[in-house]
Design a protein around this ligand. Sequence first.
Ligand SMILES: N[C@@H](CCC(=O)N[C@@H](CS)C(=O)NCC(=O)O)C(=O)O
Length: 265
Amino acid sequence: MLTLYDNIASVAAQKVRMTLHEKGQAWETATVDLRNGDVMNADYLKLNPGGVVPTLVHDGKVLIESTAIIEYLDEVFPEPPLKPATPLERHRMRLWTKHIDEEAHRATGSLSQAVYIRYAHVNKTPAELDAYFSRMPDKDREARQRSAIRLGLDAPEVGPALRTFARLIDDMDRQAARMAWLAGESFSLADIACAPYVMRLEMLAMQSMWTDGRRPHMARWWSAMKARPCFRIEVEDRFPAAVTKLMRDRGETAWPRLGQMLGVN
Ligand SMILES: N[C@@H](CCC(=O)N[C@@H](CS)C(=O)NCC(=O)O)C(=O)O
């Protein structure tokens, strides 16, 4: 029995959904509303002390941290294998998942907050904001979110986030020029780990970073990724049209400024 504490828009939860799909597993969804702070409810914090999604409960065992969860799933449900066959490729796979966990994830949060999430909070009074953040266990996350709400695209976190993504897309382009997938010739957890973050860039209308021949190998990888049922069914098709439109509209409004900061127009 598998229960996933999930939110459609969560990049970290999307990795877990894609992995469960690849493994042919059925699961139950417990939706966690991120905008009204459900992750900070006392009961949820008992499962996931960091106050984030995803959390997976497997036969009563509570699993947190998306990368650790997808590695767990690959061991518990070995078919089809999602770790490459050789130590060198597994090392490469882990460099991608490490980069996502240590850099791209935070960059996604900063960018998403500054481009669209802030609009869910921008009209709150200081007292309402204090009440919202008072339950957030991670005070660094609170500081970053407050910065995005206050300053939007002028928040100091935006420039470094863009540079992180420019490097990520470059790295992906270099790797995709050499091999079919990010860790080697077979699809792996590396591809699953990266896909939701590229999807976020695309949803925020930032695809000019790689289209029009700018990063052709990465663009080829992205088309192959989008053709996989695990991605289409568990990520792309799950977004309600209204959410997709909201993100795209906010992204298009932000793009002239972001494109200029990235040197892409
Ligand atoms: N390192 C964690 C990060 C999880 C994370 O940051 N989740 C975000 C959504 S992608 C979240 O729940 N944020 C809480 C919020 O927005 O209040 C993992 O990979 O599981």
